[in-house]
Design a protein around this ligand. Structure first.
Ligand code: NAD
Length: 315
């Protein structure tokens, strides 16, 4: 398949690109190398995609509608996997309008370009944050738009635009809601990335809300979920891609303590915009395309710590 991945220099995009290339797909990456986190790091993530051809990466800002249309038409992809976005809950509270641009407007451009270039399917990276503050395993139909951060509101809105453009153009639309992704090259603004950076420097870590529970999902399981939805699912659906095994932030730190026994923890109240828990009900993905996350948290964390020790400069 000819596949465009937007946000291809990012954490999930660079892992996904490697998987798609190893399966012999023709892959085109787009990224604007947004400075939300280190551009050097994004370049390094790109350089780790060994088999990427010279034309495989295009520096393009998807907010530029005309260039986006031209690029998509020049490729005529079979599938578009739209990962590009400004991520991060905390930053979205400080800069909400940027999320309207990067997470909604850019998505509309990509949806339109997908339709105009005749792609058959569109996969959208949504987020567990669209469930807002709800408890228990979350089934897909529980998202109502009652969310608690601008990031979540922009993802929910972008999902709605995915439905619009599916109706306008008829391409299959797979809205995948990812749950707290971690692993080698974990984003540096996420809890595990922040903790590892501090722990490697022997600094105190800050725990915001020890009752917080997260459905940590290993990057390879996320990539498997995307790949299965691309190749085995032949209808438009909204689907959770998580581990289905949430753990508390305190348990995460206890697990990290095995690697950093000297760990010092400072406890703070939870931050605005952070939901109390994320917990994926993954039965729909299992039933529709056989998704089975199979990396235990202990193994995934061991791989992540190993990567962090070898790549401390990029944390
Ligand atoms: P990331 O920040 O590492 O990657 C996103 C990439 O998109 C970046 O490289 C950025 O430069 C690029 N980008 C942003 N705006 C762009 C634009 N206008 N034009 C071109 N490129 C642009 O983030 P990630 O963790 O890899 O997340 C990928 C997607 O998955 C995002 O949509 C994110 O919201 C979603 N998601 C991630 C998680 C997670 O835990 N990492 C959880 C839920 C959802």
């Amino acid at each position: 398949m000819k596949i465009i991945i937007t946000g291809g220099a990012g954490f999930i995009g660079s892992h996904l690109a490697r998987k798609l290339m190893s399966e012999n797909h023709e892959v085109y990456l787009i990224d604007c190398l947004h400075p939300y986190y280190s551009i050097e790091r994004k370049k390094k993530q790109l350089s780790a995609i060994n088999s990427l051809s010279k034309d495989g990466f295009t520096l393009l800002d998807l907010l530029n509608r005309e260039e986006t249309m031209t690029f998509f038409q020049s490729i005529s992809p079979d599938a578009v996997i739209h990962l590009a976005a400004l991520p991060g809950v905390a930053y979205s509270i400080k800069r909400p309008l940027e999320y309207v641009d990067y997470d909604i407007k850019a998505t509309i451009n990509v949806l339109e370009a997908c339709g105009q270039s005749g792609a058959e399917q569109f996969i959208f990276a949504s987020s567990s944050s669209v469930y807002g503050n709800q408890k228990g395993p979350l089934k897909e139909e529980l998202a109502t738009g009652n969310v608690i951060s601008p990031y979540a509101a922009s993802k929910y809105s972008a999902e709605s635009f995915c439905h619009v453009y599916r109706n306008l153009y008829g391409f299959e639309t797979k809205i995948l809601r990812f749950f707290t992704v971690y692993g080698p090259w974990v984003r540096p603004d996420m809890a595990i990335g922040i903790f590892l950076k501090k722990l490697l420097k022997n600094q105190e870590v800050t725990l915001f809300g020890e009752d917080r529970i997260r459905d940590f999902t290993y990057i390879e399981d996320i990539v498997d979920g995307i790949y299965l939805s691309l190749t085995k699912l032949h209808s438009s659906e909204v689907i959770n891609i998580g581990s289905g095994k949430p753990i508390s932030m305190l348990s995460l730190l206890n697990e990290l303590k095995r690697y950093f026994p000297e760990m010092k923890i400072r406890r703070e109240k939870s931050r605005a915009g952070d939901v109390v828990q994320t917990w994926a009900d993954i039965r729909k993905a299992a039933d529709l395309f056989g998704y089975r996350p199979n990396t235990s948290f202990e193994k995934g964390l061991a791989e992540t710590v190993k990567w962090a020790r070898e790549n401390e400069d990029y944390l």
